[in-house]
Design a protein around this ligand. Structure first.
Ligand SMILES: Nc1nc2c(ncn2[C@@H]2O[C@H](COP(=O)(O)OP(=O)(O)O)[C@@H](O)[C@H]2O)c(=O)[nH]1
Ligand SMILES: Nc1ncnc2c1ncn2[C@@H]1O[C@H](COP(=O)(O)OP(=O)(O)O)[C@@H](O)[C@H]1O
Length: 240
């Protein structure tokens, strides 16, 4: 079982349904994770994990939809009960991924997608190893990241600066994740996410059972593998 801590001797025996993939997208605030996720997953029956947060809801956000909005006490209680797969602080607030719905979705064969910041993504990687598929979403440049954060108009200028300062450190960690997708052209980036998802599913089969589509997706996913990235490439993004 992927999330061994969830095993329950009273639960029914596992069925023959292959487990879903656990795909984690991470990257700086404002890089376009949410926008890309919507395009990539349009029409797919995946389980999107709704996080818990202590931050205030933005205008138009609904409790239980964008986030479960909780008090710091409620958050800490759940953390103490090991109710999160991962949790982290981000610019003064707590964010965490509730563990139970994820295990249930994976067990019924549904792919699960998390959209979380870098520290939490690293916790998932440490806890689950290779079974978690980590994708870092890279901005074309820091200038463009600033433009997107400013254009979204959800944060005060002071909070935008805090997010940008954090973004520099996050971008320098990109090589630690399996894939790096540059979100310059949204359509191309969404195609790359589909290729990664397809390739990871194909990787569970013996190569002699691969279809031509499996081979094509695997080649496309190799092109966005993080091993192609040098530290000079990362410095170029943070200095541009
Ligand atoms: N570690 C962790 N990060 C999360 C979680 N949910 C959201 N985040 C990340 O926390 C950061 C701040 O989120 P938010 O305040 O909603 O800003 P936004 O994502 O830039 O719109 C973003 O990078 C989110 O992806 C979570 O459950 N765990
Ligand atoms: N490929 C892209 N090109 C131009 N603008 C983009 C692109 N992807 C996202 N955006 C814009 O950037 C802003 C931040 O995107 P969002 O999805 O909210 O980021 P995140 O979820 O990473 O915080 C939004 O205004 C969005 O419309």
């Amino acid at each position: 079982m992927l999330l061994g801590m969830m095993s329950d001797p009273t639960s029914p025996p596992p069925s023959n349904v292959p487990r879903g993939l656990l795909i984690v997208i991470t990257g700086a605030s404002g890089v376009g994770k949410g926008t890309l996720r919507e395009k990539w997953l349009a029409g797919q029956d995946v389980f999107y994990s709704t996080s818990w947060t202590t931050r205030e809801p933005r205008e138009g956000e609904m409790n239980g939809r964008e986030y479960v909005f909780v008090t710091p006490q409620e958050f800490l209680d759940k953390a103490r009960q090991d109710g999160f797969l991962e949790h982290a602080q981000f610019v003064g607030n707590h964010y965490g991924t509730p563990i139970e719905p994820i295990e249930e979705a994976l067990a019924r064969g549904q792919d699960v997608v998390l959209e979380i910041e870098v520290e939490g993504a690293m916790q998932v990687q440490e806890r689950l190893g290779d079974e978690a598929i980590l994708v870092f979403i890279m901005p074309p440049s820091l200038t463009e990241l600033r433009r997107r954060l400013t254009g979204r108009a959800t944060e005060t200028p002071e909070r935008i600066e805090k997010r940008l300062t954090r973004a520099v450190g996050e971008i320098r960690e990109a090589h630690k994740f399996r894939y790096v997708v540059v979100n310059d052209d949204l359509e191309r980036a969404a195609q790359e996410m589909l290729a990664v998802q397809h390739a990871e599913r194909a990787a569970r089969k013996a190569p002699e059972q691969w279809s031509p589509e499996d081979h094509a997706a695997s080649q496309a996913a190799q092109r966005v593998h993080s091993r192609n990235l040098s530290s000079a490439d990362l410095e170029q993004v943070v200095n541009s």
